[in-house]
Write a protein that binds this ligand. Structure first.
Ligand SMILES: NC(=O)C1=CN([C@@H]2O[C@H](COP(=O)(O)OP(=O)(O)OC[C@H]3O[C@@H](n4cnc5c(N)ncnc54)[C@H](OP(=O)(O)O)[C@@H]3O)[C@@H](O)[C@H]2O)C=CC1
Ligand SMILES: O=C1O[C@H](COP(=O)(O)O)[C@@H](O)[C@H](O)[C@H]1O
Length: 511
């Protein structure tokens, strides 16, 4: 029976018309992700009517020039293809505002421009500010928005801010940025974006766990032996990425945010409701319960860092990490990281979680695999080959999104022989349409005031606490600093990462 008291929390609020101001509008993220996401929403009829998009950047450009640049890329990358009719109407809502991020006067002009748009629209003056700039400008933009009074909700309308990654580079910088965010916008109006939370399969994790009666009773240390999260990328440092990446590394670029977010969705307790804080209260408890690897010895035992050397990916020869464009030839930044994690809660006591992430691995694939304990062998252990493995539930985040369950089956025939088989659900065939891009869902949620799929202040800070211990151990000088390992580009990472699992009697799932 449905619970009438929970209906308000289950049905999503509607996205509302607003002006979307994008800071960094001539940049890569805007061109490749944000504008195509807004366009796809227009194609699907999901963009609220009256949405206006105002691009903010420093280059001199007319509206027409700005629109032409966006169109060129939209034709190449849009999920929905380029529909001339939809585009020509959508593009009318896009305008350009030239200013320096550090120029207070530019924000006064922005405020006037937004008032003008509201008057033209004759409707509500909701504002969504999307900070898609380099992180060194986050503070300036937030403070100047406040200086121009744009942070205030007025006349019954809202003002919200989306902040891109990286949200700090360690705990201290994240806390400082949170202070700036919280003195300029209210926490309820702050949306720290983590695009992995917008991926369809990541959203399905809660549904899989809590809408299916068969999984949750088994979802604990009584039945689960280990859980693995793999995020493999075949790309390296293309497109000038090396400059940013070499200052960050795999741990800060991907684990602190995306992969710890996935971990918290896999490991959290059922929330009391589906409200943003209901879900985020449970997620943060997982991150807070991570056993801290807070000495160089613990880091050496539980974390492996590595760099790729020259090799072949997809049959193409590629340089080593230290030879990549804009990477320091003596860099000690990891392009690969593998971690063994323990979550000290009743549910997960003694269950290892393994996370690995690397650039220039053999393919692009992100998945979570839940490895169940083997069934008691009393009946089948005496068979030739015994019981062939245990149940594994695989949640494929990307590509080929789906879920599969490995089971043991009898091989048809007159004798009793067993073999593992797979029950497989593919999004593409079951639902017959492509999933929306993560940014589509997240932009719509911000317009609807639903922060469930955005990181809250405490989640970000707890994650940094955990990461900082590891970074600190790596960067301390001397022989005690845990070693950097090497592996050939196009392989599955250093042998030390295999040994990390071997100590528990486990091995990485083959993708
Ligand atoms: N690109 C991506 O795929 C992803 C990016 N991100 C994050 O998004 C953010 C933006 O990344 P990306 O788009 O790649 O960056 P780009 O370097 O491509 O773009 C930077 C933008 O900022 C503008 N800008 C720079 N300095 C100023 C200034 N002083 N005043 C006004 N405008 C200025 C540039 O304008 P102009 O051209 O006029 O100089 C440009 O529009 C970063 O925080 C990044 O970490 C996150 C996930 C993925
Ligand atoms: O945030 C980031 O994500 C991308 C990977 O995103 P995906 O959606 O393509 O999986 C990663 O390549 C990049 O280094 C990182 O900054």
């Amino acid at each position: 029976m449905s619970n009438p008291f929970r209906e308000d929390l289950v049905s999503r609020t509607r996205p509302e018309p607003c002006s979307v101001v994008i800071f960094g509008a001539t940049g890569d993220l805007t061109h490749r992700k944000l504008v195509p996401a807004l366009y796809n929403l227009a194609v699907d009829g999901e963009l609220p009517p009256g949405v206006k998009i105002l691009g903010f950047a420093r280059r001199e450009k007319s509206d027409e020039e700005f629109r032409a640049g966006l169109e060129e890329l939209n034709r190449k990358v849009s999920r929905s293809g380029h529909d001339e009719e939809v585009w020509s109407s959508f593009v009318q809502s896009i305008h350009y505002h030239r200013s320096e991020f550090t120029d207070a006067e530019g924000y006064q002009r922005l405020a006037e421009r937004l008032d003008e748009i509201d008057r033209e629209r004759g409707g509500k003056g909701n504002r969504l500010f999307y900070i898609a700039s380099a992180p060194e400008f986050f503070d300036d933009i937030l403070e100047h928005l406040k200086g121009a009074g744009l942070n205030q909700a007025k006349d019954g309308c809202w003002a919200r801010v989306i902040v891109e990654k990286p949200f700090g580079t360690d705990l201290a910088t994240a806390q400082r940025l949170n202070q700036v965010v919280n003195r300029t916008f209210e926490e309820k109006d702050t949306y720290r974006i983590d695009h992995y939370l917008g991926k369809e399969t990541a959203q399905n994790l809660m549904v899989l766990r809590f809408a299916n009666a068969i999984f949750e009773p088994l979802w604990n240390s009584n039945h689960i032996e280990q859980i693995q999260i793999t995020c493999a990328e075949n790309l390296g440092m293309e497109g000038g990425r090396g400059g940013y990446y070499d200052k960050s590394g795999a741990l800060r670029d991907m684990v602190q945010n995306h992969l710890l977010q996935l971990l918290s969705l896999v490991a959290m307790e059922p929330p009391t409701d589906l409200s943003a804080d209901g879900v985020r209260d449970e997620k943060v408890k997982v991150i807070r319960s991570l056993r801290q690897w807070d000495t160089p010895e613990k880091v050496a035992r539980n974390v492996v860092r590595g760099q790729y050397t020259a090799g072949h990916v997809d049959g193409v020869s590629v340089p080593g990490y230290r030879e990549e464009d804009r990477v320091d030839p003596e860099s000690m930044t990891e392009s690969y990281v593998a971690l063994r994690l323990l979550i000290d809660t009743w549910r997960w006591s003694g269950v290892p979680f393994y996370i690995r992430m690397g650039k220039r691995l053999p393919k692009k694939a992100t998945e979570i695999s839940v490895h169940f304990k083997p069934a008691p062998g009393v009946l089948f252990n005496a068979l030739p080959g015994g019981l062939p493995g245990s149940n594994v539930l695989v949640i494929r985040i990307q590509p080929d999104e789906g879920i599969s369950l490995r089971m043991v089956s009898k091989i048809p025939g007159t004798s009793l022989r067993l073999e593992p088989v797979k029950m497989d659900f593919h999004y593409a065939t079951s639902f017959g349409k492509s999933s929306p891009e993560a940014y589509e869902r997240l932009l719509l949620d911000a317009m609807a005031g639903d922060a469930t799929l955005f990181a809250r202040r405490d989640e970000v800070e707890e994650a940094w606490k955990f990461i900082d211990h590891i970074e600190h151990a790596w960067h301390q000088a001397g022989d005690e600093a845990p070693a950097m390992t090497e592996f050939v580009a196009g392989s599955w990472g250093p042998k030390e990462a295999d040994e990390l699992l071997k100590q528990d009697g486990h091995e990485w799932r083959r993708l």
